[in-house]
Design a protein around this ligand. Sequence first.
Ligand SMILES: Nc1nc2c(ncn2[C@@H]2O[C@H](COP(=O)(O)OP(=O)(O)OP(=O)(O)O)[C@@H](O)[C@H]2O)c(=O)[nH]1
Ligand SMILES: [Mg+2]
Length: 219
Amino acid sequence: MKVVMAQKILRANEQVARENRERLKHLPTVNLISSPGAGKTTLLERTIQALRGEVNVGVIEGDIYTTRDAERIAGQGAAVVQVNTAGLCHLDANMVGRALDQLDLAGLDLLFIENVGNLVCPAEFDLGEDYKVALLSVAEGGDKPVKYPLVFRESQAVVINKSDLLAYTDFDINKVQEEIRTINPDILIFVTSAATGEGTEGWYAWLREIVRKKRSATG
Ligand SMILES: Nc1nc2c(ncn2[C@@H]2O[C@H](COP(=O)(O)OP(=O)(O)OP(=O)(O)O)[C@@H](O)[C@H]2O)c(=O)[nH]1
Ligand SMILES: [Mg+2]
């Protein structure tokens, strides 16, 4: 019974995700997924600053409660819509659809969806995005990709964040990258510090590239 219910929920989600994808056909959209505190909002703040005047960024902020992350994004002057899931551990396509109603999509060049901090549930729900990006912070321990492989399998890119803490942890950056590539050989890997800005240029270059690609594909 439980399994049948879960399948129904996922099927209903897929239908709405298709509708979202249609609405987003001109707007590159990135769904950011990580454990709580890996640095999603900090990386977004820095990204908005770095691309200011060049790429107009909008953000859908998913949180269980509070508007704190949305306030941080609004502080950077970007368009933001907060979604509170009221206890649920992930965003679903319906929540994103309602958030899209509140954004001026035609005025944006790039849309981020910051998912609820959770490395497991968000990976199962298509929101209508073009790319899933997993964030993994050095402080969490290097075994996380192997222990929670789904999000790394589903993502087109992974950001290994908090590189400034490498010297203080037992995180083996080469081994972790190898293990991520075992799970997903095609995945792009960026190693960044959202705190210092180290390594973020490659991330911005990829974002510029996905904006350019979708523009030339959809006119
Ligand atoms: N040292 C260091 N700290 C970082 C870095 N990125 C983020 N932080 C810190 O990590 C903490 C959590 O960062 P957030 O950006 O709020 O993380 P988040 O993934 O958005 O968290 P949730 O939305 O709660 O899931 C904050 O205190 C940040 O200042 C980094 O690259 N290096
Ligand atoms: Mg956050």
